[in-house]
Design a protein around this ligand. Structure first.
Ligand code: ZN
Length: 153
């Protein structure tokens, strides 16, 4: 596909987030981390989260990949910083539900902030994984502790 198929305004915002990434780097303190790959495109996201008092106190990522995946990580980290873990998980669920074609009310989309722009990518099936990778990483990172305890891994 080309990003050229996207509306010009969306394209500019996406390129800006990708070219001037927000929250890219490493955190000194982390409570939850997750690395995910999207083999179809070659995208990698290493997500680092610092949860404090049940809130996303800080969040950062490293990794590389296509413009969509990097813009998505940049937008996602901005969107969830300062939110409670439950709020962040609800946002991740909205985004990943949209990726599998489920609808959400506008109020849910508005919660995503600028990241809602990338929900337009759902029109391009080949790029859905690129856009959703960072949200999946967030979900897995935040749910990791309890799941690991249950599975006793
Ligand atoms: Zn990609």
């Amino acid at each position: 596909m080309g990003l050229s198929k996207l509306n010009g305004l969306y394209r500019e915002v996406i390129l800006d987030y990708a070219n001037h990434p927000h929250n890219k780097g490493s955190l000194a303190t982390t409570t939850n981390t997750m690395t995910l790959h999207n083999p179809t495109c070659g995208d990698t996201i290493n997500l680092q989260v610092d949860v404090k008092d049940n809130k996303i106190n800080n969040i950062a990522y490293t990794g590389d990949g296509c413009t969509i995946s990097q813009a998505s990580a940049s937008m996602m980290t901005d969107a969830v910083k300062g939110k409670t873990v439950d709020e962040a998980l609800a946002m991740a669920k909205t985004f990943s539900d949209l990726a599998i074609g489920k609808k959400h009310p506008t109020t849910d989309l508005e919660q995503l902030g600028d990241a809602q722009i990338l929900t337009n990518i759902m029109e391009f099936p080949a790029r859905i994984k690129c856009a959703t990778l960072s949200w999946w990483a967030l979900q897995r990172a935040l749910l990791k502790d309890s799941e690991e305890e249950e599975k006793n891994e």
